[in-house]
Every structure is written in structure tokens, then in C-alpha cells.
Design a protein around this ligand. Sequence first.
Ligand SMILES: Cc1cc2nc3c(=O)[nH]c(=O)nc-3n(C[C@H](O)[C@H](O)[C@H](O)COP(=O)(O)OP(=O)(O)OC[C@H]3O[C@@H](n4cnc5c(N)ncnc54)[C@H](O)[C@@H]3O)c2cc1C
Length: 601
Amino acid sequence: MSNYRAPLADMKFLLRDVFKAEDLFARMPETSEVTEDLVNAIIEEAGKIADNLLAPINQSGDEVGCRYDDGVVTTPEGFKEAYKAYAEGGWSGLTGDVAYGGQGMPKVLSALIEEMYFAANSSFALYTILNTGATLTLSYHASEELKQRYLPKMYEGSWSGTMCLTEPHAGTDLGMIRTRAEPQADGSYSLTGTKIFITAGEHDLTDNIIHLVLAKLPDAPDGPKGISLFLVPKILVDDEGNLTGERNNVRCGSIEHKMGIKASATCVMNFDGARGYLVGEENNGLSNMFTMMNYERLSMGLQGNGLADSSYQIASDYARERIQGRAPNGPVNENQAADPIIVHPDVRRMLLTVRANVHAGRALSLFAALQLDIAKFHPDEEARNKAQQLVALLIPVQKAYCTDRGFEACVLSQQVLGGHGYVAEWGLEQNVRDARIAQIYEGANGIQALDLMGRKTVRSRGELLAVLLGEFDEFIQAQQGNAAMQEYLPALADCKQRLETITAEVIENASSNPEEIGAASYAYMELLGLSLYCFMWQRIMAAVLEARDSGGYDEEYLDGLLKTGEFFISRMLPKAAALEAEIRAGAKTLMAMSAEQFQSG
Ligand SMILES: Cc1cc2nc3c(=O)[nH]c(=O)nc-3n(C[C@H](O)[C@H](O)[C@H](O)COP(=O)(O)OP(=O)(O)OC[C@H]3O[C@@H](n4cnc5c(N)ncnc54)[C@H](O)[C@@H]3O)c2cc1C
């Protein structure tokens, strides 16, 4: 069943009232023409694509999946036409470099669009975000020649991109990759090796596929410092950027049969002396690839959020219509045999939990996307540096926390429908399956938590966290004169205090026992995620109060936001104390058993 409605009112409220995005864009010369009207027009158009083009082929895409036949991958019916319409609409190059045919739009805008596409059809969205990520990496690190040859067609949408990192024995630990790149006399490289799990590695949506491949040069140092990045086209391209028609020696060996995102081709890619071109400097490939990864990780959080919202829409509609049982305080529906299930406190618990997380998750994603935009476009160096620090801290949390909450939202929404949520018709079991992968790829969530705790917090001795907590402080100070906010602000001040205390403790404990980092990491990521959601809710609530005073919005709409924020503070935020206790419990019990004792009896 396809009934997704792009949440345009919520998105516009965030951009205009919560983040005052137009003012920020006006302060940065390269985005100064991005007005509120332009943004609204673009997201409205994107919303139509999500609602009318992508949602209708979501369920059929899941049922049919991609098909593999002797190296050729066929996407389900309707995908090719939808991709053509997407490309012809100019969406592929939305955030691309204007010098090569892109439109130079800020990430905030594409973040909103990605959320809608993931909500409507996650498999389809993956083809688009891989291309965006690949073009971004090329625009930052490729030579002028490569950029001129490849970017225009990728921005145009007639070619698409991939990211080829993973190998059978090297997933998280990419330092162990074995794909080799041999230098050739003409300056190109010959790549040999096998990559697995490559999203969009082969498909029928575009005329060419441009693989970004991590490989090792013959004399490369061991480990992550010996990895280089290469561009490997499926069909070779001449100096003018036209297809030669000659197939490169890269071929899809098979596609995976998997739990969800069945219309996204997940490919084994065999490189057998394939011609490739170095992107960036030798042995610096992993760090160059990370340019793309910050953006890709943000996209995964948006997948979680999008599917959470699409699930919420189904569940909240259902809960107002499905009649079962009577309201605890007496019938609300005297003329019918029963009341709608939305009268039951436990059904409300599920709906409100999902709703509170969807709004806060979207706000956090936009907050992170805004930092990416400031880091890229802001004329002031200090502002750029601060934004870069926030990006470093926020991205692992946004990726892990939004995808965990996203999966949970799909399961809770499924629960709201009871047995009807378990059958395919309503779309929720597909959402559950499609949301699960976002917790795993682009660095499993445990790895995101480790990155946050180890590299971003312990190693920086809390410096990045201090930048974020400075933002909390600034907000609290700015709201001091706002009487209506006084009942909410202590919750945010508590979050700040708790984070400061527990962070100092982990840094101290880690100095004598490195295991304390990994032991604290997951609960710490969740504590920071929950605290950030609190920060986002406070910003939303402050904007609601301001909008209520100035008029122009539907009172019911604003009131619904305020009440959801109050639910978050009183019923969801208390989990922070449990997370703090979990972090404080440290490594002792985690590391107490020997590996042999894990054997089941
Ligand atoms: C559908 C799908 C699409 C994908 N698309 C792509 C793609 O387009 N390109 C690409 O290159 N890859 C892709 N991947 C691969 C994906 O990014 C990896 O599966 C993921 O990064 C995890 O690697 P792994 O599966 O080898 O798990 P492992 O690295 O074996 O990890 C297994 C578990 O151990 C944990 N773990 C591992 N090391 C540590 C450590 N040091 N400390 C603590 N915990 C640890 C992990 O968190 C995880 O829970 C895709 C995967 C899937 C399933």
C-alpha cells in the first residue's frame, strides 16, 4: 500500500522557524540566492516525485527485486522510467559543483529530499545517493582532467557512481584489503581483486557506471596508510568524456539475496585487470574516501528517519480508524461497538515515541547538514572550523542514533497495527526489513559509537564535545528572558551537566585501560543522541512559542508539536540516567568471561 505523504509543512517549519536557514544562506555568498521561496519550490517538487513516482513502485520493487543474468542486472519494473524522470528533472546534480554542470545547492536541501526518497522507496534512493557521494569525492580529490571527463555526465544522471571498499575478508578493517593496482606505462592503473556488497555495482538505470575503488599499489605500506583511491569506469571513456563502447574488465559476478532493499542491487564486483585512474595522492585513498563518507553516513541516518516517518504515517492513520476495546475512562464512540485504538495509553506511547523521534531526528539531520554547509560555504574561517568540529562529532551520532531509532520506529509502528502490521499489505514489514540495513552499512553502528568515543572524544580530550555544549549554553542563555521556556530549559541544562561529568570520567578511566573506550562507547553514543534530541526539541519548542506569538500558523499544528516535545522531555529523556549508569559500570563485567565461556552449553 502506497500512501506516503511528503512532510512538507514540518520541513518548512524546521527550515524557516527553527534554523532560520534563509538568513544563514544569505550570509554565505555561494548560497545567497537560495531563498525560502526557492527552497520551498524545490522541496515541493521533490515531494511530488516521492509521492507520485517512487512510492508507487516501492512495494512492487520489493516483491520482484533485482534480477541477475550472466553479469547483467535488471532492476524491477518502473525503476528505469523513474530514474530517467529523476535525471531529466536535474536532481542528480543538485548539490554538484557548478563548474562541471552541478547546481551548487546546499546539503540541507538535499538532506530533506533524501529523507523523502528514502521514505518513499529506499532501494531507489540508494542509487541516487551513491552517485551524489561519488561525485562529491571526485569534485574534492580528482584531477581537473578526470573531473571534466566524468562529472558532467554524473551530474546529468546519465552515468552513476559506486563506492567499492568492502572485500570478503575486509569489512570494518579496510587496512586488510587485497585489491591491487599496478601502474601502467600510459599513467593509468590495472586493478585486480574482488569487492563484495557493492550497492549499484551493476544495473540498467544508466549508460555507464563509475566505480570508486580502494586498492593497494605494489609498494604500498601495510594497513590503512597504504590504500589508494581509483576511478574505474564500466565502459571506457575517451578524452572528451564520451563513451568509447569498449567494456572495461570489471564485471558483476552475482547479486546478494537479502533481507530488505531488494530493488537495490548489492553486487559482487570482479576487477580483472580493469583500467583505473588514480584519484588524489597515492596511499591517501581512505582519507579521500572519508570526504564522501561523512555525507553518506548522514544519508543513512536520513534513511532511518525517512522510513520512521513513512511508518508513523501508516500507524497514526490506522490508530485513528481501527476500533478495538473501550477507552479507559468510558466510551468516546457511543454509536459504535468500540473506540479507535488511539484512545489507549499504550498505543499512544508507541505513536508518540515514534513521532518524537521522527521530529528530533529530522532536526538533528538538518543541524548536521547545516554544519556541512557552513564548513563548505562560510566566508569566515573561524565559522568554518567550528562547523567542521561539529560535523566530526555529530555525524557518527546522527548515523547510529537515527538509524537505531528509525528501525525501532518501524517495529513500533508495526506493533500499532497488531497482526495487520505483520502482513505485507500495509507496507510496515517491508519498512522493518528496509530499515535494518541502515544500522549495518556505512560502518556498523558499533563502529560509529567507537569513532565517537575514541577518536572524537577521548583522543580530543573532550574538545569537540565542548564546542557542542557551547551551543547548548548559548541557546539556554538566549532563552533566559523567555518565560514560557523556563519549565523546559532545566532538562537541557541537566543533559549538559551529565555529559560533562561522564565524559571526564571515561577520559580518565581510558588513560589506564583502553578497553574502557569500547565498553562505554555504545551507551555514550545513545546518551549523546538522546541529549541532542533534547536540544533539538527545545529548539523546536522555542520556535513553536515564537510562531504562536507572531501568528500565521495553525494553532492545532503548533500545539501538537509542543505536546510531543513535552512527551519527549517527561517520558523519553529519563533514559539518560540509565545510560549514564551503564557507562559508569565500565569494562569489568564485559571483559570478565573468557572467549571459551561464550560457548553455549
Ligand atoms: C546491503 C549492503 C550494501 C552495502 N553497500 C556497500 C557499498 O556500496 N560499498 C561497500 O564498500 N560496502 C558496502 N557494504 C558493506 C558494509 O559497509 C559492511 O558490511 C559493513 O561496513 C560491516 O563490515 P562487515 O560486514 O565485514 O562486518 P565486520 O567488519 O566483520 O563486523 C562484524 C561486527 O563486528 C563489529 N566490529 C568489527 N570490528 C570491530 C572493532 N574494531 N571494534 C568493535 N567492533 C567491531 C562490527 O561493529 C560488527 O557488528 C554493504 C553491505 C550490505 C549488507
